[in-house]
Design a protein around this ligand. Structure first.
Ligand code: AMP
Length: 414
């Protein structure tokens, strides 16, 4: 079986796949790691449990997850030997990692070098890797980076118009994030359209609490809305997205805000929450807008408008558009926001069939009429599955178990 591990800021998600990746035999999340009252939610064999646990850090959280997977009553496996390979998510691979890699001591050292680029996230990912190596010695491990899908962007898309030495000496550039999601979704979209990925120009709208708009041409990310960090692009749940950087100097000099205050304001108090004054959750913002709250209406108008501008810009950058793809929490679940974003984009070949849009039920769906020149689609993202797929492919040469696993995935995929 293949285990995936995703260490987030205060949570650890895990998922155990059958070796052909056709099913999930156990999964869960340890939440509130390092905070008061951490707990685990675990599912396996038709059982669902929620328990308070001790998880002062991500290493302890992974031990708790493994205990649940091995538990005699609600576990998924009897022995760790059932696990053939482990796949980890890492947030930042800098410009070192252009694709997923097998974990070695060298890879860990290089990942440590990337830590200054993601000081809050990469150390947690490293904790997960170290602990998994300790708990599962000899089992091959793979690391999959949120940034690597964007490493093929042309320089014109990733170099900032600062003095060039900042890029050359300090690696200050656009990196982009949500790459694992965008890679999975663009591949699935091509499958659903039954067209070769290499032929397609797509804009992926990953609309969750964080938002990425990604231009994908020929299966490669050619431009992306997030930048050096996870802040730029369109407005998000609590992040402002793009604004004039001159404002940072103004807030500092004129309103006497410290850099720390400005950072906290832009990351945690802005976006849908900051404009609406109600919530960072689109469901609540829409509810209040319908009830007449004009700041909630403005927040939605801004959210939609910023995304439209990216879609138009990326269609221009790619010289056309074959598919517009919605994914993540808002993209998958809000027909209203999808319809608002697509409204007025007929000049790009984007049209929405209202019945098809309203009928989306958690599966992949084409929501444009057949006559539209660009396909508009909903594709549920599955970062864990992408991590598991890379894990199987990269460990195929590592031993009998993993080689057989790769053969089974290929057989299951036909
Ligand atoms: P994610 O980061 O992909 O888990 O997405 C989380 C966000 O999706 C939440 O904060 C909500 O704003 C949004 N969301 C989930 N369900 C819906 C829905 N039915 N309508 C609008 N937004 C939704």
């Amino acid at each position: 079986m293949i285990l995936t591990i995703n260490c987030g800021s205060s949570s650890l998600k895990y998922q155990l796949y059958t070796s052909d990746l056709s099913g999930v035999v156990g999964k869960g999340i340890v939440s509130r790691i390092g905070e008061a009252c951490p707990y685990i939610e675990h599912r396996a064999g038709g059982r669902k449990i929620r328990q308070d646990v001790e998880a002062a850090d991500h290493r302890m959280a992974l031990r708790v997850a493994m205990e649940s997977l091995l538990h005699p009553e609600w576990g998924a496996i009897k022995d760790v030997s059932a696990i053939e390979a482990v796949g980890h998510r890492a947030v930042h691979g800098g410009d070192i990692f252009v694709e997923s890699v097998l974990v070695t001591d060298d890879v860990i050292r290089q990942l440590e070098q990337c830590t200054p680029l993601a000081p809050l996230h990469n150390p947690l990912n490293l904790h997960g890797i170290h602990e998994a190596r300790r708990l599962l010695p000899g089992i091959p491990q793979v690391v999959v980076f949120d940034t690597s899908f964007h490493q093929g962007m042309p320089a014109q898309a990733y170099v900032y118009a600062l003095p060039y030495r900042y890029y050359a000496e300090h690696k200050i550039r656009r990196y982009g994030f949500h790459g694992t999601s965008c890679r999975f979704v663009s591949g699935r979209a091509a499958e659903v359209l039954e067209r070769p990925l290499q032929e397609l120009r797509m804009v992926i709208c990953h609309l969750g609490n964080g938002v990425t708009i990604d231009a994908v041409a020929g299966g490669r990310s050619v431009d992306t809305s997030m930048g050096f960090g996870t802040f730029s692009g369109t407005m998000m749940g609590t992040r402002s997205g793009d604004f004039d950087p001159g404002l940072i100097f103004y807030l500092n000099r004129t309103l006497n805000m410290s850099l720390g205050d400005i950072e906290a304001t832009c990351y945690k108090e802005s976006g849908l929450l900051g404009v609406s004054g109600v919530s960072n959750d689109m469901r609540e913002v829409v509810e209040h807008a319908i009830a007449g709250n004009h700041r909630c209406s403005l927040a939605i108008d801004m959210f939609v408008y910023m995304i439209k501008k990216y879609i138009g810009g990326y269609a221009a950058a790619m010289g056309g558009l074959d598919a517009l793809v919605f994914t993540a929490g808002i993209g998958e679940n809000s027909p209203y926001i999808r319809a608002r974003i697509c409204g007025g984009l007929g000049f790009l070949g984007i049209e929405v069939d209202d019945l098809a849009n309203d009928a989306v039920d958690g599966a992949c769906a084409i929501i444009s009429p057949r006559t539209a020149s660009a396909a508009t689609m909903v594709v549920p993202t599955d970062e864990e599955k992408m991590i598991a797929l890379d894990t199987v492919h990269l460990t195929a040469g590592c031993g009998d178990h993993s080689r057989r696993s790769a053969q089974r995935v290929e057989a299951a995929a036909g």
